[in-house]
Design a protein around this ligand. Structure first.
Ligand SMILES: Cc1cc2nc3c(=O)[nH]c(=O)nc-3n(C[C@H](O)[C@H](O)[C@H](O)COP(=O)(O)O)c2cc1C
Length: 217
C-alpha cells in the first residue's frame, strides 16, 4: 500500500469487530507514528493505551462515574459560521441516514452518541493528552501524530475513529489512565478491525472543492 492509498482508504469507522489488537501492534504503531513532525521536535503527544482486558475494565469504571463533564476546551467555536456550520451539520445527517435514524428520532441519535462511550465496540483505544503549558502550535502537532497513526493503522488492516467525545468525560478518563493534573485530554481513538457489514461504516464523508479553501496567489 502506498501513502495515497492509505490516505484515501482511511475513514472514521464507528462499528468494530471483536477481533483483538495485540499490545505489540499498538506499540509498533505508536513508535512508527512518532516519526510525525512537531515544531521544534517538541513531540508534545502523551498517549495512554487501553487495550484488551483494560477495555471492559474501563467501561465498568466509566459506569461508576458522572455521565458528563464540562469539556476543558470548546469542541467547536460558538456560533460556528458558514461554510463550517453546514459541513458539520451535513456529516451528522449523513451519518444518521446510513442507519435510518430520522431527524426527530432523538433516542436513536442519543444511542449513536452513546456508542462513543463503548469505543464503537473496538477492542483497543488510545487517549491523546498534552501538557497544559502547550498552545495551538503543539496542539496541531497532536493532529500530525494522530493522522500518522491512523494512516499506519490502515496499512496494517486496522481502522480507527478519533473521538473528541471523551472531552466530555475527561475527568473519568484521566482518573482511569492515571494522567497527572498537568496533562489535558485532547481526544481518544477507537482502534480495531472494521465491521464492514455495519451500515454506519458505509459512510464516505464529503470534502469541499479545492477552490473553496485553497487560494493560488
Ligand atoms: C480530532 C477528531 C475528533 C473526532 N471526534 C469524533 C467523535 O467523538 N465521534 C465521532 O463519531 N467521530 C469523531 N471524529 C470523526 C469525524 O467526524 C470525521 O473525521 C469527519 O467526519 C470526516 O470523516 P472521515 O474521518 O471518515 O474522513 C473526530 C475526528 C477528529 C479528527
Amino acid at each position: 500500500m502506498n501513502v495515497s492509498e492509505a490516505v484515501d482508504k482511511r475513514k472514521s469507522v464507528r462499528k468494530f469487530r471483536p477481533d483483538p489488537v495485540s499490545d505489540e501492534t499498538m506499540r509498533s504503531l505508536l513508535e512508527d507514528a512518532s516519526r510525525a513532525p512537531s515544531g521544534g521536535n517538541v513531540q508534545p503527544w502523551r498517549i495512554y493505551v487501553v487495550n484488551g482486558e483494560s477495555i471492559p475494565r474501563m467501561k465498568d469504571f466509566l459506569a461508576t462515574q458522572p455521565p458528563l463533564d464540562a469539556p476543558e476546551y470548546e469542541i467547536y467555536p460558538q456560533g460556528l459560521t458558514e461554510p463550517y456550520r453546514t459541513n458539520r451539520f451535513t456529516i451528522g445527517e449523513q451519518m444518521y441516514a446510513t442507519m435510518g435514524i430520522e431527524r426527530e428520532d432523538k433516542e436513536g441519535r442519543r444511542r449513536q452518541f452513546a456508542a462513543n462511550n463503548d469505543f464503537f465496540d473496538a477492542p483497543a483505544a488510545l487517549f491523546c493528552f498534552v501538557d497544559r503549558q502547550m498552545g495551538p502550535p503543539q496542539w496541531s502537532d497532536l493532529g500530525m501524530f494522530l493522522q500518522t497513526f491512523m494512516l499506519l493503522a490502515v496499512e496494517r488492516g486496522l481502522s480507527t475513529c478519533a473521538q473528541e467525545y471523551w472531552s466530555v468525560r475527561h475527568k473519568a478518563v484521566s482518573a482511569f489512565v492515571g494522567a497527572p493534573d498537568n496533562e489535558m485530554l485532547f481526544c481518544g481513538m477507537a482502534i480495531g478491525y472494521a465491521d464492514e457489514s455495519a451500515p454506519i461504516n458505509s459512510l464516505r464523508s464529503e470534502r469541499m472543492p479545492l477552490q473553496q479553501w485553497a487560494t493560488f496567489v
